[in-house]
Design a binder for this molecule. Structure first.
Ligand code: PHE
Length: 343
């Protein structure tokens, strides 16, 4: 074929091409191994030498022209393909993708944090005491000798060699008073252990011990401190009452009830129709305990209290099975997100 024939024939063919595939075939027919332009180039060698430059230039011009046309067509086809795709496909942006969920602070930790904030705001330090204890710190120094009947109240896990899992955070009182001389104000939150397991008792639970030792501390100071705390947790209308009780390490000892935050004292489901909810044990630090820690009981007095964090959490969350606090069912944890100060 002569350059003129190729031009006449192929320019038209390129114009009419309908797909990228057709264009690729056409390019192969022009520039491929036995394509028309390749053939033409090959035929140059048969021409007399003086004609070669002009013929070569002609072929090259043709190649450039056709290549440019092909490029143009290719871009056109590509644009059209994208256009077709955009028109035919739709994106479903409503697809239900799982969202990353936000965690929640465990209700017990929320209560612990709220109480800690309250007491720290009132000048108490936070003291961390060991969970694995000696008999001495858990019992003896707290005026509970080996055969004392009060040991029966706390079914203790003994782990040999005079060691045990602390059954009460009161051990923290002794550890602190041995180290720090009065005046002192501390809370000691933490896990405690007892061989006890039913719907309101778990073998592991949480307490927060409170201890204040100074000169001229009285039972009135204890009452004031606990009233402030009760109003903070259960609301400004809350009243407290002391009932006489017994703990070997406090004298006198009291059990403390708060007026029901739900019914205000009328009697309801939450307070089991009594109008009152028992929340903690407390009392004036026994002289013997002060003396055991090297503090002169004639010079200093103190009060102590022990709160059950799980119990307060159960009351506030209105649940009556302690297991809910341990199962870590995310539906439960989510339901109480932000209830206890996790805001
Ligand atoms: N340790 C006591 C208990 O676990 C509570 C308590 C603490 C009582 C401090 C009086 C003073 O039952």
């Amino acid at each position: 074929m002569t350059p003129e024939q190729i031009k006449a024939d192929y320019i038209d063919k390129i114009e009419r091409v309908g797909s990228e595939k057709e264009l690729a075939d056409l390019k192969a027919a022009i520039f491929g191994k036995s394509g028309v332009i390749t053939e033409l180039t090959r035929s140059l060698k048969d021409l007399p030498n003086e004609e070669k430059p002009a013929a070569g230039k002609k072929i090259n011009d043709l190649r450039v022209e056709i290549l440019a046309l092909c490029d143009k067509k290719e871009a056109e086809l590509h644009r059209a393909a994208i256009e077709r795709q955009l028109n035919s496909e739709t994106l479903d942006l409503s697809i239900d993708k799982p969202f990353r969920t936000v965690g929640a602070i465990h209700p017990i930790n929320q209560i612990k944090k709220r109480l800690t904030d309250y007491f720290v705001g009132n000048g108490y330090i936070v003291y961390d005491s060991p969970e694995i204890e000696t008999d001495y710190y858990n019992f003896q120094a707290l005026n509970i000798p080996p055969d004392h009947p009060a040991r029966d109240m706390q079914d203790t896990f003994f782990i040999g060699d005079g060691m045990l899992l602390r059954s009460q955070t009161s051990s923290g009182q002794v550890r602190l008073m041995e180290k720090v001389k009065p005046p002192l104000k501390m809370i000691c939150p933490g896990r405690v252990f007892r061989a006890d397991d039913d719907s309101t008792h778990s073998p592991v639970f949480h307490q927060m011990e409170g201890l204040v030792v100074d000169k001229n501390v009285t039972l009135c100071d204890l009452k004031g401190a606990l009233e402030g705390f009760a109003k903070f947790i259960f609301g400004g209308q809350t009243r407290i009452r002391f009932r006489p009780s017994y703990f070997p390490f406090t004298e006198p000892s009291v059990e403390v009830d708060v007026s029901c935050f739900n019914c205000g004292g009328e009697g309801c489901r939450v307070c089991k129709n009594t109008g009152w909810i028992e929340i903690l044990g407390a009392g004036m630090v026994n002289r013997k305990v002060l003396a055991n820690c090297g503090i002169d009981p004639d010079e200093y007095q103190g009060f102590a209290f022990g709160l059950g964090l799980d119990r307060i959490t159960m009351i506030l969350c209105e649940i009556n099975d302690i297991k809910l606090l341990w199962e870590n069912d995310v539906r439960f944890l989510r339901a109480f997100r932000g209830q206890g100060g996790d805001k």
